[in-house]
Design a protein around this ligand. Structure first.
Ligand code: AP5
Length: 217
């Protein structure tokens, strides 16, 4: 299975990606997670990316595309992958097409997670992420049992720097201007499936898996 998850910040891409990747036994390739890991280790890539992430802007294509290309060439991605957060503009989508074509393959489906801006703000302002295992929680919708501590691994929970209200507003603008056209790009190619991403996490997962069953081989 080769699939792309697209949707505004906070739509639940990371939350759903972990279930889908486990169900289909494919690696979850999240560009945001790769950038954050590099920021955490203060690599040159991380230092470059952080400036853009903190401002809610896209990291330049020159950096992002090379990073994704490298990741997709790793052995575990040969049987399939789930891309979360890439492509994020039409130029990235075109490069992905070329990479897959060169490898003699193509995408099976692109899932668009649909939520409105009000819900995005609610979800992002309460999001907490584990500093050890990366598990994502929410203070109201999916709280850990001990405040500030991950139930899975005991790690400390933190709030992302780009989840401040002014950065969320900019990320939503960037989504509308640069990423929404990617949805049209895939709709034209007949690859797009729209998923109502409101309601419970389990409810959204069930809707996604029902759609994906049509692509099982
Ligand atoms: P990235 O990390 O990809 O951020 P994003 O796309 O803005 O998405 P988020 O991670 O904020 O949200 P999500 O949809 O994964 O939601 P989540 O599951 O966490 O990118 C960050 C930055 O990196 C970008 O701004 C950019 O600078 C850079 N970048 C990344 N990719 C790039 C690219 N390709 N090109 C250039 N730059 C790039 O859920 C959110 C919260 O809601 C959680 O607390 C969760 O518990 C809760 N939640 C989830 N589902 C539900 C539900 N159904 N009901 C209630 N709560 C829910």
């Amino acid at each position: 299975m080769r699939l792309v998850l697209v949707g505004p910040p906070g739509a639940g891409k990371g939350t759903q990606a972990q279930f889908i990747a486990a169900q289909y036994d494919v690696p979850q390739v999240s560009t945001g997670d790769i950038f954050r890991a590099n920021v955490g280790q203060s690599t040159p890539l991380g230092l470059e990316a952080k400036r853009y992430m903190d401002a809610g802007e896209l990291v330049p294509d020159s950096v992002t595309i090379a990073m994704v290309e490298d990741r997709l060439l790793q052995d575990d991605a040969a049987k399939g992958f789930l891309l979360d957060g890439f492509p994020r503009n039409v130029a990235q989508a075109e490069v992905l097409d070329t990479l897959l074509e060169r490898a003699g393959t193509s995408l099976d489906v692109v899932l668009e997670l649909v939520v409105d801006d009000e819900e995005v703000v609610r979800r992002l302002s309460g999001r907490r992420t584990c500093s050890s295992c990366g598990r994502v929680w929410h203070v109201d919708f999916d709280p850990s049992s001990v405040e500030g501590q991950c139930d899975h691994c005991g790690g400390t929970l933190f709030q992302r720097d780009d989840d401040k209200p002014e950065t969320i507003r900019r990320r939503l603008q960037v989504y509308a201007e640069q990423t929404a056209p990617v949805v049209g790009f895939y709709a034209e190619r007949g690859l797009l499936e729209r998923i109502d991403a409101t309601g419970t996490v389990d409810g959204v997962t069930a809707r996604i898996l029902a759609v994906l069953r049509r692509f099982d081989r």
